[in-house]
Design a binder for this molecule. Sequence first.
Ligand SMILES: Nc1ncnc2c1ncn2[C@@H]1O[C@H](COP(=O)(O)OP(=O)(O)O)[C@@H](O)[C@H]1O
Ligand SMILES: Cc1cn([C@H]2C[C@H](O)[C@@H](COP(=O)(O)OP(=O)(O)O)O2)c(=O)[nH]c1=O
Length: 191
Amino acid sequence: MYIAIEGIDTAGKSTQIELLQKEFKNVLFIKEPGFTEFGKKIREIIFNDEISKKTELFLFLADRSETIEKVVKPNLDKNIISDRSVISGIAYAMEYFDFDLLVNLNKFATDSIFPNFVIILKLNKNTLEYRMSGKNHDNIEKRGLRYLLNIQDNIITTCNRLEIPYILIDASKPIDEIYFRIKKAISEYIK
Ligand SMILES: Nc1ncnc2c1ncn2[C@@H]1O[C@H](COP(=O)(O)OP(=O)(O)O)[C@@H](O)[C@H]1O
Ligand SMILES: Cc1cn([C@H]2C[C@H](O)[C@@H](COP(=O)(O)OP(=O)(O)O)O2)c(=O)[nH]c1=O
């Protein structure tokens, strides 16, 4: 089972995954971007170089392709939980490029290996504003709150259009309340 934890920046993905890693010892936890050694180099370029949106897209595709080829494919018999996935890949890029083109590029990059189930941590504007005020902003976060809230809508749209099952969790709730809901949801998939 390949499950993705999705949400915009500061939604609480890393926080929840740290808790999940303590409890689900037999699950393979991965992330995008930058899980493989190659992906770490790609991530540095994306966040530090001034590149075009198209180049950024191909770099994320290269990171995703390498993770799928070297990590996901060899472990499809296991349970995998990923911090972000192709869903983020399409949701962030569809602000600039055609949705169907992005789906086809990602199908090629991943041999059509997409998550089976997605958990979306959904932030309201005020909570996003508060959490973003507490951190430095990378190249992508500098595009602002409106952009990130659009991405959040895109994440939901992408799951719907790809017909990938998902649940929405209010990311402004207390950490343990969110964790309880995530645990309940994935326990139906991960025995
Ligand atoms: N449910 C929550 N309630 C309050 N603060 C939270 C919650 N979840 C995460 N945070 C805080 O919000 C910030 C972003 O969380 P993080 O897990 O890094 O988000 P992401 O990985 O989605 O970018 C961190 O400072 C974290 O401590
Ligand atoms: C995986 C992926 C992430 N992104 C963006 C989302 C984030 O702003 C950034 C990932 O940086 P990261 O530090 O992993 O942030 P977060 O903790 O919010 O996941 O890259 C894309 O634009 N396209 C993609 O395909």
